[in-house]
Design a protein around this ligand. Sequence first.
Ligand code: NAG
Ligand code: NAG
Ligand code: NAG
Length: 211
Amino acid sequence: MEVEAQSNQQVKKKKMMMGTDRKKSSRRRRCICLSVTAVILSLGMLFLILGLTVFKTKRPVTTVNSISLDDLDLSIDIARLSVRLNVTLDVSVSVENPNRVGFKYTNSTAFLRYKENDVGEVPIPAGKIDARDTRSLNLTLTLMADRLLSDSNLYSDAASGTLPFQTYIRISGKVRLLFNIHVVTYTTCDLQIDLINRAVSNQKCQYKTKL
Ligand SMILES: *[C@@H]1O[C@H](CO)[C@@H](O)[C@H](O)[C@H]1NC(C)=O
Ligand SMILES: *[C@@H]1O[C@H](CO)[C@@H](O)[C@H](O)[C@H]1NC(C)=O
Ligand SMILES: *[C@@H]1O[C@H](CO)[C@@H](O)[C@H](O)[C@H]1NC(C)=O
């Protein structure tokens, strides 16, 4: 008797559950419909925000206006096949911010390189360039002679009359539209120092920006 009563109750329960199942499935359909709409809406918002920020963000433009030789002292010791060299370069750079909002850059550094080794550096202190403004930077790059002494190419380069150097400037910062967008500009210039005319020649610059 008890067993029958139990099974009767179970049947009742099953019937009730089937009823709620039907209700549940239509609720579930509505739920899926709502969440699909929500996903589509948030994707739309996402693209709108991206459109208003990342794709609206313009890259700051760094330009090297000039590189000139400020100081050059050279002595070649033929007996010891060694060179003593002091070089100072004046590098004039302008950074243009084409955005409608300010570009804030962090502490950066300009490097002087010889055969891919850093032989001099100058800090570029953090700053801000207003909307659609251009900042000019005058950088003085001085060769740290002790870093060059060890380079065995120096003597043969100096004897040939030209020394190949490279300047490298990396400026990293943020443009704030709806949120901060990180921007980095890289400027690399290859140049030759003509020891006879005491001048900079064959200057070639390359620019790269990453958003
Ligand atoms: C380079 O500069 C240092 C210090 O300013 C000086 O002692 C040295 O004589 C200079 N070297 C040359 C080749 O003029
Ligand atoms: C940037 O450089 C200045 C001066 O050299 C220093 O006082 C400051 O702490 C530096 N800021 C950062 C974030 O390193
Ligand atoms: C950089 O040098 C140029 C020319 O020598 C000058 O006109 C300009 O005002 C200087 N800029 C800064 C920031 O010192």
